[in-house]
Design a protein around this ligand. Structure first.
Ligand code: TYD
Ligand code: MG
Length: 459
């Protein structure tokens, strides 16, 4: 009698499993995410390296001071932005996951790295595109300087055979969702396949000290599709984001075992690949007109770099019954909060108005210091009074309408001053403002409440 294949139900959202189907995942709380997957645990022998090898490497407890301190030098990358986000180059033996929406430029970013990194043998594994397609993309990107091999293969066992033969010094996998290991019987892209394949690549990376970069797709909700377990397995999780219709792309580290997650890389997508933006602070300010109401410039920090960004608001009478609030690049719930503060503390009646908010360049800003500029842009549009284009703002707005201090206020003020702004509004609760004011040419306006700002702006 043939035995039934063993199946397990996996939550496609968080990777939890159960022997039978469940409607609501007890682990992550998502509904209807369980799917049946066949798990086959028998033939292990054609995974990366055989078990016999591993046995000889069985580890014993060792005194921490006895462990040799190996500072393996990082691999410098030609792409300065990527290098900085990784914490100063690529660590040998590291497993990095690059996530992003389809079409944002993940393949372009890593292919660009593969063809431009000199003096290394690189294997670019493409499970999504043909050799021809990859070649054509490489042609757009520019001259090939490195030794980059392309492999269009999706079965991990085949991939490892090729890796053994080629011995690459860097491996790129585009994408983890297309890989298939014949140890697991479920289809590519399912939780057990993704987890299994990533596990095999992880062992390969650690045993051979070869860095591996994985591309991963993102779901509508913005998390890396498939399991969260992937995020726990890898050393670094990078996210590539931006608006597909704009040229700017932002690379963030969400997790980094070898560096900070505060760093950020900025790129521009051109006809010939991605170009680094080395000095982004003035990038999003170019097309300004002094006479337009509804715009305000925020001085935000992304990572450790200050950058000035234009916020735009449009407030108009609601045409339909319920007023609309729409934002791009800013949290909608935060906009609701800001509008409530305006209504309650300053007496502006925005309840019957549509409010549209836009951050220039399609960039998403998480720094709360942008609040003050948002509030000023909304008000400027509501009152139809333009804000002096030489003014900028850096302050978080609290529920009582107070303006809270922001981090690294000195760096922000210096940057605004360097770019030729004449006035900057900051919280009066920031320390050391007097000393700063005596040193800088820009006029610092310390404010404590939202009402004060309007008095100073539109007096
Ligand atoms: P791609 O790297 O394929 O995105 P992903 O791998 O994240 O799905 O990039 C897709 C977009 O980038 C595509 O719409 C075309 C555009 N593009 C350029 O504008 N310039 C270029 O040089 C390249 C290679 C792509
Ligand atoms: Mg791609």
């Amino acid at each position: 009698m043939a035995t039934r294949a063993k199946t397990v139900f996996y939550c496609q959202s968080c990777g939890a499993n159960a022997p039978k189907w469940i409607g609501k995942c007890p682990s992550c709380g998502e509904w209807n995410t369980y799917a049946e997957e066949v798990v086959q645990v028998a033939p292990k022998e054609n995974q990366w390296r055989t078990d016999s090898r591993k046995e000889s490497k069985a580890s014993k407890p060792r005194l921490i001071s006895d462990i040799a301190l190996e500072t393996s030098p990082r691999i410098p990358l030609p792409d300065q932005e990527l290098s900085r986000v990784l914490g100063g180059g690529l660590v040998p033996g590291s497993l990095t996951l690059l996530g992003g929406e389809p079409g944002i430029g993940k393949s372009t970013l890593l292919l660009q790295l593969a063809v431009q990194l000199k003096g290394k043998r690189i294997l670019y594994i493409s499970g999504e595109e043909s050799e021809q397609q990859v070649r054509m993309r490489a042609e757009r990107i520019g001259p090939q300087q490195g030794e980059c091999y392309i492999l269009t293969e999706t079965t991990t066992q085949q991939i490892f055979q090729q890796i053994e033969a080629l011995r690459p010094e860097l491996v790129v996998v585009d994408s983890i969702q297309t890989l298939y290991s014949n140890v697991y019987e479920s289809a590519p892209g399912t939780v057990s396949q993704i987890r299994g394949c990533a596990g095999e690549l992880l062992r390969f990376a650690k045993e051979t000290a070869t860095p591996v970069l994985l591309i991963g797709h993102i779901t509508k909700e913005g998390s890396i599709a498939g399991p969260k377990v992937l995020e726990h397995m890898v050393d670094t999780v990078l996210q590539f984001e931006g608006d597909r219709h704009h040229v700017y792309r932002i690379l963030r580290a969400i997790k980094n075992r070898f560096g900070s997650t505060a760093e950020l890389g900025i790129y521009e997508m051109h006809g010939s690949g991605l170009r680094e933006v080395a000095n982004p602070s003035a990038l999003l300010l170019s097309q300004r007109d002094a006479s337009l109401s509804g715009t305000a410039v925020a001085c935000t920090m992304e990572g450790v770099r200050p950058f000035l960004i234009e916020t735009q608001a449009l407030v108009s009478s609601a045409v339909y019954g319920t007023p609309q609030r729409t934002t791009t690049g800013y949290d909608l719930r935060r906009l609701h909060m800001v509008l409530a503060v305006l209504e309650k503390r300053c007496g502006f009646k925005l309840g019957a108005k549509d409010v549209f908010l836009n951050i220039a360049g399609g960039i998403r800003v998480e720094d709360p210091a942008i609040d003050l500029a948002i509030i000023c842009a909304v008000l400027s549009s509501a009152e139809d009074m333009a804000i002096d284009p030489a003014c900028c703002f850096a302050g978080e707005v609290g529920l009582t309408g107070e303006i809270r201090p922001v981090t690294r206020v000195e760096a922000r003020i210096n940057e605004a001053s360097r770019l030729g702004f004449k006035r900057i509004f900051v919280s009066r609760y920031n320390s050391g403002l007097e000393a700063l004011a005596s040193r800088s040419t820009i006029k610092i306006e310390p404010v404590g409440k939202v009402e004060e700002v309007f008095g100073l702006l539109f007096a």
